[in-house]
Design a protein around this ligand. Structure first.
Ligand SMILES: Nc1nc2c(ncn2[C@@H]2O[C@H](COP(=O)(O)OP(=O)(O)OP(=O)(O)O)[C@@H](O)[C@H]2O)c(=O)[nH]1
Length: 420
């Protein structure tokens, strides 16, 4: 199976030359494209292969306008349709939206903006359901809340024993914690206070579920670390709305805290934490685990020759390739400036090195653009495998050593850390 799935874009326009050029540039970022200037060819292609997006010129095609083409297009294709335009008034925009256009993009089309928009679409496709940890000793309440929230597409884990909450927060990694206020073992506000003492959980939303309507008591519980207070016999739709809004806000906040702003990958702290979790799991469950450190070659030279913004684009193109290639978004991070971390769970060192090398070849194949044309960037990598007694830091050090060897041996290659 290819590890890097190309994304197909259909351009619908009478301007074949302009869009072929845009398509060629998009190919450097792993996209495929086809340009259609005739209605019949577009419709025939849609029967054969669906793209991930259609970008339509506001002019339409040589034989039909955009508005004429949209009814049949939207019947055959239910993905996003962007309308490329020179600026249209709000009335016309509404007409296009009603005809099936999902978004607008302005001429001249900026390549990086288009790629960012495509990446956002892809992220939306992969949105995971909210995870709710519900701590309540009452089976009746738990059943009611679980049924309502699961019915709205959320994943709910019910815990009757509040003393097990810390373990489950680590294991289940919820987006929100619903906490009963009065339980036989302890009070919900006491548990909230304990949770807030741990740095990794100090921002997780804690919402108290209670029959308590006394405002003073509600405020007291909130002062102990809760974010909100929901009454147990509330309307089901209200419960879903309250949980969704709070969970979504937390996800956005967590994204800002854990991800690197240039690439959207896990930042240094969080990729190291992710590795530490995988190391603990691999030791506990006797699983294979390998780790690769990837570093763009002569990156200072790229910055010096073409400028910092071209350097940034090279970083983004590599991060995009890595993000698309790894099965799990938490398996790749930006370790430092032009250095990336890949966590190969269930991979031996040889297999991880092979797959890292496939990525190296793909990266070599991307034509990076600068003001005068194109150039090729390469990377080197070091791969190490977890052995008995090794910590996450040992694994990082071993991969770093192997990377150093790969650089010394001439760059643009993958080095293997020696077994201990
Ligand atoms: N454009 C850009 N440059 C960065 C960023 N972060 C770090 N850098 C630059 O990356 C360069 C890294 O250079 P070095 O570590 O000397 O190594 P190198 O030139 O990549 O050479 P080798 O690793 O030996 O192949 C430095 O010049 C940093 O300023 C970033 O976010 N954007």
């Amino acid at each position: 199976m290819p590890i890097f799935t190309k994304k197909l874009i259909y351009f619908v326009t009478p301007n074949l030359d302009g869009f072929n050029e845009l398509g060629r540039q998009l190919q450097f970022f792993g996209f495929e494209y086809q340009v259609f200037d005739r209605n019949s060819a577009l419709l025939a292609a849609l029967y054969t292969e669906k793209p991930c997006i259609v970008v339509m010129d506001e002019v339409g095609m040589t034989d039909s306008t955009a508005i004429q083409c949209l009814p049949l297009l939207t019947k055959l294709f239910n993905g996003p349709i962007f309308l490329a335009n020179f600026g249209i008034d709000i009335g016309k925009q509404l007409e296009y939206l009603r005809s099936g256009v999902s978004d607008f993009i302005s001429y001249p089309i900026n390549l990086q903006t288009l790629i960012d928009r495509l990446d956002q679409l892809e992220e939306h496709e992969h949105i995971q359901p909210y995870k709710v940890l519900l701590v309540d000793d009452s089976d009746t309440v738990a059943k009611w809340a679980s049924t309502v929230l699961s019915g709205a597409g959320m994943v709910v884990k019910h815990l009757a024993d509040p003393l097990k909450v810390i373990g489950w927060l680590e294991r289940f990694n919820p987006d929100i914690l619903l906490l009963d206020v009065y339980m036989p073992q302890c009070q919900g506000d006491e548990i909230a206070k304990l949770i807030r003492q741990r740095a990794q959980f100090d921002s997780i939303p804690i919402v108290f579920l209670s029959t308590e309507t006394h405002r003073g008591k509600q405020l007291m519980a909130r002062s102990m670390g809760g974010d909100d207070f929901l009454v147990k016999n509330m309307d089901a739709d209200e419960l879903v709305a309250a949980v969704s809004i709070t969970a979504e806000r937390y996800r956005t906040l967590r994204r800002w805290m854990t991800r690197d702003s240039l690439t959207g990958l896990l930042n240094h702290t969080n990729v190291v934490e992710s590795l530490a979790r995988e190391v603990a799991r691999a030791h506990k469950e006797s699983r294979q685990l390998s780790y690769a450190m990837v570093d763009i070659d002569h990156f200072k030279l790229i910055n010096d020759q073409y400028g910092h913004s071209v350097g940034d684009r090279v970083i983004k193109s590599l991060s995009r390739l890595l993000k698309q290639s790894m099965p799990n978004p938490d398996a790749v991070g930006r370790y430092g400036g032009e250095e990336f971390a890949l966590i190969w769970t269930d991979h031996t060192q040889i297999r991880a090195a092979q797959r890292t090398d496939e990525l190296r070849v793909l990266f070599n194949g991307l034509a990076q653009s600068n003001a005068d044309g194109h150039f090729v960037a390469t990377f080197s990598a070091g791969v190490a495998q977890l052995e008995d007694g090794m910590s996450a830091q040992d694994l990082i050090d071993a991969a770093d050593q192997a990377l150093y060897q790969a650089k010394a041996a001439g760059r643009n290659q993958v080095g293997l850390a020696p077994k201990r």
